[in-house]
Each structure stands twice: as C-alpha cells, then as structure tokens.
Write a protein that binds this ligand. Sequence first.
Ligand code: PMP
Length: 405
Amino acid sequence: MMYDVNRVREDFPILSREIYGRPLVYLDNGATTQKPRQVVEAMVDEYYNVNANVHRGVHFLSQQATDLHEASRETVRRFINARSTSEILFTRGTTESINLLAFSFGEAMVKEGDEVVVSAMEHHSNIVPWQMMCERKGAQLRVIPITDEGELQLEALEGLLHERTRIVCCTQVSNVLGTVNPVKEVVRRAHERNIPVLIDGAQSVPHMKVDVQDLDCDFFAFSGHKVYGPTGVGVLYGKEEWLEKLPPYQGGGEMIKNVSFEKTTYNELPYKFEAGTPDYVATHALATALDYVSGLGMENIEAHEQELTRYALERMQQIEGMHIFGDAKERDAVISFQVGDIHHLDMGTLLDRLGIAVRTGHHCAEPLMRRLGIEGTVRASFGLYNTKAEVDALVEGIERIRRMF
Ligand code: PMP
C-alpha cells in the first residue's frame, strides 16, 4: 500500500490552522500528537449516545459503556501483542504507569540495600518514581551510562547487574536523542540473572510495531496522547505472573472483591490495579486511535517517518553552526539541536513566529542534559502526518533565524 501523507492529513483538522498567518508546521509530536477526526468523533459519540459508568450497572447504557471499555482493553492487548487482557492496566499515562509500578513493585520486592537500574537517558518519569521508592525503601538508584553518540553502554550494564539488583528500567526510544535502544538485549541480559525489566514505550509505540512477547519485557508503559489518542489515558502492561505478586497501588472502587472494616480482599487482574471510575471514554478513544494507526499500518508509518528523519538530518546538517545531539546507529523521528550560540528559547520562539511548533528546554531529562553538558536543546519530533515540505520550512526557518543573529 502506498502511504499517502496528504490523504492522511485530511483526518487531522488542526493541521489546516494558520499560526500568525502562516500554515501550522507541527513538529512537537514527542510532547503530544494531534488527533484524527475518528478519535474525537468516538469521544463525542460516546458522550452523546452511550455515557454511563462502567462495570457497576445492570442497565443497558452501563453494559454498553462497559463493553466498549473492555473491547478497548482487547484492542490494546492485540496492539502490543500481550498474552491476555489481564495484563493490560489502564492508567492516566506513562507517568502514572511507572508510579504505579514503582510503588507496587517497591512494596513487594525491594528492601534496604537493594538496587534499581535506570539509564542515563531516561525521562524524569522513569527516574523520579524509582528515586522516591528507593528513598522509602533505603535502596539505591544505579545508572547505565551512555556513549557520546547517545547509545547505551551495554558492557557497563553487565557490571551493574548483581544479586541486589531488583529491576532494570529503560526507555525504548530517547525523547531527546531519538536513540532506539536495544531493549530486547537489555531484557535478555537482565533475565540471565532473573531481574525483571520495565520498558518506557512513550516514544516508541507511536513510531514502530511493539510486541511485548517478542521483547519479553516484564512491564511496558505508554501514553495514549502520544499515539494520536486522547489525553488522560495510558497503559501499563505487566506479565501476569508479576502482576499477581504485586499489591494494589490505590484503594477504592473496582479494585476490591469484598470490603469490611476488618479486612478488604482485592479484585482479580486487571481490576486490582484500577481503583475508581476509569476514563472509559478515553479508553474507547485510545482504542480508536490504535485502530487508526493499525489501519494505516505501523510499518508504513515507520517507513514514512524514517524517510522524513533521514531527509531532515541530511538537510539540517548542512546548516552552518548546526549541532545535532545524538548520533545513534538506530534512531527515531526525534532531532535535538542547537545552532551556534543561539539560545534554544530564542530559536523556539522565533520558529513559532514562522508557524513552526518545536519544543525547547531540557525535555524532562535534566540528568541527560548534564551528561551532554548543556542546559537545553531545540527539539523537532515528527509524526505520521509530517511532510518533507514541513522539513523544508523548518530548515528555511532555522536559516533565516541564524542569519538574524
Ligand atoms: N517517558 C518518555 C520517554 C516521554 O517522552 C514522556 C513524555 N514526554 C514520558 C515518559 C511521560 O509521559 P506522560 O507525560 O504522558 O505521562
């Protein structure tokens, strides 16, 4: 099938907006993606025609809302190829998924003197929850270093794994450098020592086919809003044998079997981890988004974005004073850069005046910024609807700003 990006763009009303009288060039997809009509319409339709609280109702609408919600779980399961829907927990997003895991895993598995391994290129969301848990438990955070090219130092990982290591937490794709990490190899090495692995999939799920059984990771987290779905919903995948062992994260409705003032027993998976009314409209819309990208074909999306990234790198490298951070052999649709000594904030602000939306700053990866010896970068990140013409607009914009300075 030919991937027709102009056809695809028609599904995204926001892309025809003008910003300061210029066509919007949206290159902030790493932060959040725009929503296709299909996703927004699924939400409107559910609120207009179905809305009722899930699970607890005998009435028709409650049944229908529950069916949509649970069908969405099956869609997520299929999308990441989990074994069972018991392994799919709905959360508010990657951050909540990791907080849930850090809390529950910490309670059950971590003792004083134990260690948790993260990588030097993690987002704060995959650092701080582990740090908080380590502080509570008297455990230590250890860090897999990276090379100057922005790749994991796998040999160093070997040295970090030992009998006190409880879990390894690593992003599949860096939200700053675009590095695609060899997470399957990380899992293999950790599993040789019976250590479980969490993969942060926030930046991989939108761009490539993910198969959690093939990766063999024990936990996997991602956000709906970065994969063309709504805000406020995300997923934590966990192998059933792990989730069975971990205690609940929050208490309340739906996560219980029986409650008395003496003792509460907990619901079965996945509900044990889902206290309170879930955002059932968002879960349905997330499933709609996953069906949408599946319909386009993840391999087509990946090929399109890889081509776009290659083209952007090639053109950007020709700009005088251009410094691109990260030069991993395998990389994704994220490009962090600085031009000469132009401050990233100035660059971002001036690009915005040209209708070009990029992100500036530390990208919630302050330890990585410190490793790179910088305070921030400008980041352009591509999505399935971006075009070469938009890359050209970015390059011309950067050139124009460079000449101003
Ligand atoms: N991990 C990575 C790699 C990310 O890029 C992000 C979002 N910037 C997050 C975690 C956090 O995602 P969310 O804010 O949707 O919870």
